[in-house]
Design a protein around this ligand. Structure first.
Ligand code: FMN
Length: 188
């Protein structure tokens, strides 16, 4: 698929079939993450979860926050929409106790995270797969070491971002560019 087409077809998808993508497809998505533009000083980890039990555990944890009466936003459940693959990016934040540059080092972590997640979503789209960035189950793991452990996140690492991947029975329309999303200025 042409890059322009991939960019237009990538869309946050919230309807999945149970069909599991092949190991080869999952590996290509992981390879895309590894090809993303990232600085080398962050300790990062990718967990590929295809266990329905572990996803159900994370869903329960997310419900404690997002189905609570005082929930900041109400989200439709299940929070990962029955997608068969959940890829979590975790990392170890620098601590100011160990490194006086910690804040500066941590400041650009978000940039690396965005690059990695986006590369995976674009590769999924190019393979004809659907995807969606998922924050609900990431937030839910913050105070749940048992869920982090079950999801294969290394000890001492925080869940930073995640993406679900699978097949959808909804045909993704090509999206148009919306200039109103981000104002642009040109300095010549
Ligand atoms: C940081 C981040 C977190 C997100 N978390 C969720 C989520 O928890 N659940 C969800 O359904 N969509 C989530 N999304 C998807 C956004 O809602 C979606 O990207 C946005 O609506 C724009 O739509 P598009 O991706 O189809 O262009 C997240 C996206 C980002 C970038």
């Amino acid at each position: 698929m042409e890059l322009e087409k991939v960019l237009a077809k990538r869309v946050s998808t919230r309807r999945y079939t149970a069909k599991l993508p092949s190991d080869e497809a999952i590996q290509k998505i992981i390879d895309a993450a590894l090809l993303s533009p990232i600085v080398r000083w962050h300790k990062l980890h990718l967990s590929v979860v295809t266990s329905p039990e572990v996803m159900a555990l994370a869903d329960e944890a997310a419900a404690e926050i997002f189905a609570a009466p005082d929930a900041p936003v109400k989200m439709p459940r299940p929070y990962m929409y029955g997608a068969p693959v959940w890829i979590i990016l975790s990392g170890k934040r620098y601590s100011p106790d160990e490194n006086p540059q910690a804040d500066r080092m941590n400041d650009n972590l978000f940039w690396n995270v965005g690059s990695i997640i986006e590369n995976m979503e674009l590769q999924a789209t190019a393979l004809g797969l659907a995807s969606c960035g998922i924050n609900t189950t990431v937030v839910a793991m913050r105070n749940k070491p048992n869920v982090r452990k079950a999801a294969g996140i290394p000890e001492g690492y925080d869940a930073l971002a995640s993406v679900i991947v699978g097949y959808s029975d909804v045909e993704a329309p090509e999206r148009r560019v919306k200039p109103e999303l981000i104002p642009v200025s040109y300095v010549k």
